[in-house]
Design a protein around this ligand. Structure first.
Ligand code: GDP
Length: 477
């Protein structure tokens, strides 16, 4: 275990009210002590009690004053990393923070790698891997759902569930192994029925968790959405309107600038991740310009298609083409320009759809949110109908409610993979049971399931994976 002392700036490196430099490791207190002086210019940091905060100054080796600070001391094992930790709260200027960090490093600390504080918390056993990942998810949460679910994961919801499953599996493995070792005293008579019950329960629970993963991913990362439609129907206007509606809790997310290809729009509980906004924003026809094939590829990737129509002019052949391209996707048809005289109504869309699908599509089928294709009238110009659209998306994707209050929702693809493997092994146990295989067959697959689930909480993981996970963390976390 590495115990050298690490340091990093833990707050954003931009001018702000305060900045925090974090120091952790065996030497944290003595290193910070070298550069900290109290009001009377005394070297007293080592005399401070754990979990106290003090006023003072950071000074260079030659005695030059760098900043006026508040410094807090958290002694092992009661700190984030479980190591001695010192946090220097200084003025939040980029130059000041860098200068203090350099001074800490000159005094003997090493610059921390991204995520190294949390990695230490994990390696030192304070949190499991699912909780460590939740730390980063909380920081990157883009909507209320993501925030809530990562907080729950941080409080150990995923860990507790996985631990429960693993304990049950381990019990069965231990029972089989001891019975095989000591058949005189431990009988396996009637055991397969008991094991069957347990396997049934575990498979059901694993399936339940896996079912939450698709919604979870979509909620966390956003519903991948493509806006399609002919030129001048109001695609850009809709996009602008949605961007204007944004009830963001995080305002400064990388990659969400207006000119990128993708745009993330937070609508309170959920996020729309709009793909190919460059195509929409260009004045030419998106379908014409990039070709139907390309549009098709983009649409294939999408969870949701917003198909904008101009309800003030008749539909034409191009609409049939677009409709054919997207008819199998979850689609919301937006009859835009509802403020103008209506030429296209629900009935004309039903005719178009019937044309594209080659079968009769009734009006009901496009007015029901449970269906793949729904319709809503809006006016992007007058900002009318947007609430209906947002409600419709909620109905289509989350059955009207986004509430995972009591349920655990799997939001990580790493966890999903491990759960799938775990389920696969449990299915194998089921097959062995059905075929009345010898008991050691069960225990091999049970052990595989135990190992797969262990990966979620960071047991049975390779160093490489741990390094990869933490390398995606922010500096100073
Ligand atoms: P795009 O080519 O599909 O991106 O369409 P635009 O968003 O650029 O809109 C084309 C024209 O339609 C612009 O002049 C818009 O102001 C106008 N427009 C968009 N939405 C509405 C609407 O709801 N009502 C009316 N009356 N005009 C609209």
């Amino acid at each position: 275990m590495k115990t050298d002392t690490i340091a990093a700036i833990a707050t954003a490196l931009s001018d702000s009210g305060i900045g925090i430099i974090r120091v952790s490791g065996e030497e944290a207190i003595s290193i910070a002590g070298k550069i900290y002086r109290n009001k009377k210019n005394e070297d007293v940091l080592s005399t401070y009690q754990s979990h106290t905060i003090h006023y003072g100054f950071i000074v260079e080796k030659n005695g030059n004053l760098i900043d006026e600070v508040m410094i807090s001391v958290m002694k092992a094992p009661y700190s984030y990393t479980t190591e001695d930790t010192v946090e220097i709260n200084c003025h939040g200027g980029a130059l000041i923070m860098k200068k203090i960090l350099m001074t800490v490093i000159e005094a003997g600390a090493r610059l921390a790698e991204p995520g190294e504080f949390t990695k230490r918390a994990f390696l030192n056993g304070r949190i499991d891997l699912s909780r460590a990942e939740a730390v980063m998810d909380m920081i990157h949460a883009k909507n209320q759902f993501a925030l809530k679910s990562s907080l729950k994961q941080l409080r150990g919801s995923v860990f507790d569930k996985i631990k429960e499953f693993r304990e049950k599996i381990l019990y069965e493995i231990a029972f089989i192994e001891s019975a095989l070792d000591d058949p005189e005293h431990i009988s396996l008579d009637g055991y397969t029925e008991k094991l069957s019950d347990q396997v049934f329960y575990l498979r059901k629970e694993l399936e339940k968790l896996l079912n939450s993963a698709d919604d979870g991913k979509m909620l966390k990362e956003g519903i991948r959405t493509v806006i399609v439609g002919k030129p001048n129907v109001g695609k850009s206007s809709l996009l602008n309107l949605l961007v204007g509606q944004e009830r963001a809790i995080v305002t400064d997310i990388a990659g969400t600038t207006r000119d990128t290809l993708e745009e993330t729009i937070n609508l309170g509980e959920f996020t729309l991740h709009i793909i190919d906004t460059a195509g929409i924003r260009s004045t030419e026809d998106v379908v014409e310009k990039i070709g139907v094939e390309k549009a098709k590829t983009i649409s294939e990737d999408a969870d949701l298609i917003l198909y904008v129509m101009d309800s003030s002019i008749p539909l034409d052949e191009n609409d049939v083409d677009i409709m054919r391209m997207i008819k199998d996707k979850k689609t919301i048809i937006l009859l835009n320009k509802s403020d103008l005289h209506e030429v296209v109504d629900q009935a004309s869309v039903a005719v178009l759809l019937s044309d594209a699908c080659g079968k009769n599509v009734s009006l009901n089928e496009i007015s029901d949110a449970e269906q793949n294709i729904s319709l809503v009238k809006i006016s992007a110009k007058e900002n009318d109908g947007l609430d209906v659209l947002i409600d419709l998306i909620k109905k289509m994707f989350f059955h009207g409610q986004i509430s995972y209050d009591d349920e655990i929702c799997i939001t990580s693809s790493r966890h999903k993979e491990a759960l799938l493997e775990g389920l696969e092994s449990m299915n194998q146990v089921q097959v062995s049971l059905e075929n009345h295989m010898p008991e050691d067959f069960y225990s091999i697959d049970l052990m595989n399931a135990y190992a797969s689930l262990g990966r979620i909480i960071g047991e049975e993981v390779e160093d490489d994976l741990v390094n990869e996970i933490f390398s995606k963390f922010c500096m100073g976390k």
